[in-house]
Write a protein that binds this ligand. Sequence first.
Ligand SMILES: C[S@@+](CC[C@H](N)C(=O)[O-])C[C@H]1O[C@@H](n2cnc3c(N)ncnc32)[C@H](O)[C@@H]1O
Length: 265
Amino acid sequence: MGDSDRERLRETFTQDAELYERARPGYPVAMFDDLAEVACIGSGCGVLEIGCGTGQATVPLAEWGCRIVAVELGAAMAEIARRKLSRFHQAEVVVSSFEDWPLPERPFDVVLSATAFHWIDPYVRVDKSANAMRVGGTLATINTHHIAGGSDAFFREVQECYERFDSKTPKGITLPHSSHVLRDSAELDDSERFGPVRFFRYERDIEYTTEQYLDLLRTYSGHRDLAPDVLSGLLDCIGTLIDTRHGSHVTKRYLTELRVAHRVK
Ligand SMILES: C[S@@+](CC[C@H](N)C(=O)[O-])C[C@H]1O[C@@H](n2cnc3c(N)ncnc32)[C@H](O)[C@@H]1O
């Protein structure tokens, strides 16, 4: 993705922050347990979160007792995160791009970014994250992948709606099996600042009614970026497909991936 696409698309989430908060599924509890095993997560630990959104990963970290500074680009997203974090006095949300945010002098123990690291300038994110933490600190990034499974027939058939309404859709693409999703550590391997990279993976099936599924799609930057008539035709097509052929319910399989590395220099 080029710089201008990234900068345009990353601003779409805050256009309807309440929808994002309602429709996005949050993260598996087991992921925070694993994170706590490999990183300083708990009372007194300093966490910098990049792109906290509405706080879907931030609240569980605050519940673990972490001292958190969360840097979020979208004002409306940050407002919801602040509301959800209001009972935690050790959590602060700052509205800024991570690239422009001046690092505080006191280093963090953990820098975490949940479904947001790929929105940060690739020339900045690894080094600036390293600079934000003490040596031995942890960089934890979380990625969400859409994989084969759940309502397989629906996901095969829905491709026709995308090909019909969005001319940029490649022909005949299918969701990958989880074993085909590559563990991508290149940017950390290439940097001399971090040691060996570890991955943890979690698969979940989530069932949606037609309206819930359409709301979820309305939160994706690629969908939000479509022209209004294209989006509305696409969502009508998908809604009709779910209602007429899939009993008004679909099950979507998610692969959540936690990637962890420790700062060595
Ligand atoms: C897909 S959302 C993830 C939000 C949240 N971490 C979650 O897991 O639900 C990506 C978030 O990153 C934020 N973001 C994108 N680019 C950013 C940047 N350069 N600096 C700070 N936040 C950024 C967006 O505003 C959005 O809230």
